[in-house]
Design a protein around this ligand. Sequence first.
Ligand code: GLN
Length: 529
Amino acid sequence: MTKFIFVTGGVVSGIGKGIAGASIGRMLKNRGLKVFMQKFDPYINIDPGTMSPYQHGEVFVTKDGAETDLDLGHYERFIDEELTKVASVTAGKIYSRVINKERRGDYEGGTVQVIPHITDEIKNCVYKAAEQSKADVVITEIGGTVGDIESNPFLEAIRQIHSENQEDVLFVHTVLVPAIPGSKELKTKPTQHSFKSLMSYGIKADVIITRAEYDITDEIKEKISLFCDVPIEAIIESKTVDLIYEVPIVFHEQGLDNFILDKLNLKPKHDSDRSWYNMVEEFKKADKKVDIALVGKYTQLHDSYISVNQALYDAGYVNGADVTIHWIESEKITKDNVEKIFDGMDGIIVPGGFGARGSEGMILSSKYARENNIPYLGICYGMQMVVIDLARNVLGYESANTTEIDPDTKYPVISLLDNHNPKEDIGGTLRLGDYECSLKEGSLAHELYGKEKIIERHRHRYEVNNEYVKKLEEVGMVVSGRNEDLDVTEMIELKDHKFFVACQFHPEFKSRPNNVAVLFKGFIKATLK
Ligand code: GLN
């Protein structure tokens, strides 16, 4: 029998609702329960895959190839479970399913309405998540803020789930408690309003999680408790912490796990497992310093690389180091300033990307790291840029390029596979999700992973062109990973270099604080040498 926790947000967006949900998940997992998480996004886009990284931050990819909101990355890192398509639901997806059914005649002439058709489709997603995951608890985060017009069908659907499963549903509402400018006085009125607004949908919060600039006093808690009819022990302060991984600990220390277990009548398998706490303690001991240059084109918005950032930080901690990331706008890198830009950097990482803008700066970065023995990790586009650098600057194919940028290039070293023509639709047509990769014995990749076959997540359309692989190998490029079924290059590396590794997949998506991706771990280790 699965229990359901719904997390909504009030007052303002962007106060860490995703982290709060993920922390509840981790807390319950620490008590031995099986947890699954999902996110409802009320926008009309089918998925974030086609949304600008500037607007939406990173596109996270699940093992089964769903392009999702970045909050799923937090969920996976916190609860250490691989999520699936059913974990990512947008209003666009729901409406398109309902409209497709209507066109197929599934509704047999009935009038198709928000209630019950849209709400049923939403409810199905929750029940399907429970059925597929067989989790003890499914935690569902509703994106946006209560009162947004788009959220209405989602709130109505979760209200219905509550009425169908009274004892098995818990509502968590996260709010901002603002302070009056110039004084430290915290104000609970917005919380009261937001609680009432949620009530107007027929949903009564069981737990209120507060975010504030200053400490929430008992007096403030009492006030919220009185006005919102929530017991004082269910008003949880989400303090600002040094490490986001501390949030589950902060919640646990306020007794939130016991409150939830009681309320949902759930039996924990044991007391709170210490390993997460020990991990955080270990992380806090990091005393070395590492400076990493992250070269990309969406650098104004650090969220565009959130899984890469997190994998770098976590790889730092497990190596006893505090990583400082220097986000460098690739478009600004030129032959003349490249040395100055990378001065003082211990390592260079070029993560995924699309399109022409900034690509020349990425190619220069790869060349600079290669020639100056600076640890380099190339991910997806970052690997393709290495191949272009080698073709141009070592093989002498001056105009070598990817056909993504120059479809008529004389040397298409990165190109589409014959059977992989871009379709008219741009959404969901990339090579997405898990694919196997066989590692070459004796390679650094093989040594790092410690096994021959690995599975990693992908999100790309172009591949290394097999026609050029032999020539590139002759000048020192080692193909250390391949997908034999597709006959494509998955990983490359250079010998006689401190660390020069690049991969077509995204190792950051499977990196966890308690199980850091080996490529990141190896990369940071090399920067410390
Ligand atoms: N633009 C490249 C491709 O489509 C790389 C994509 C990426 O880095 N995620 O193959």
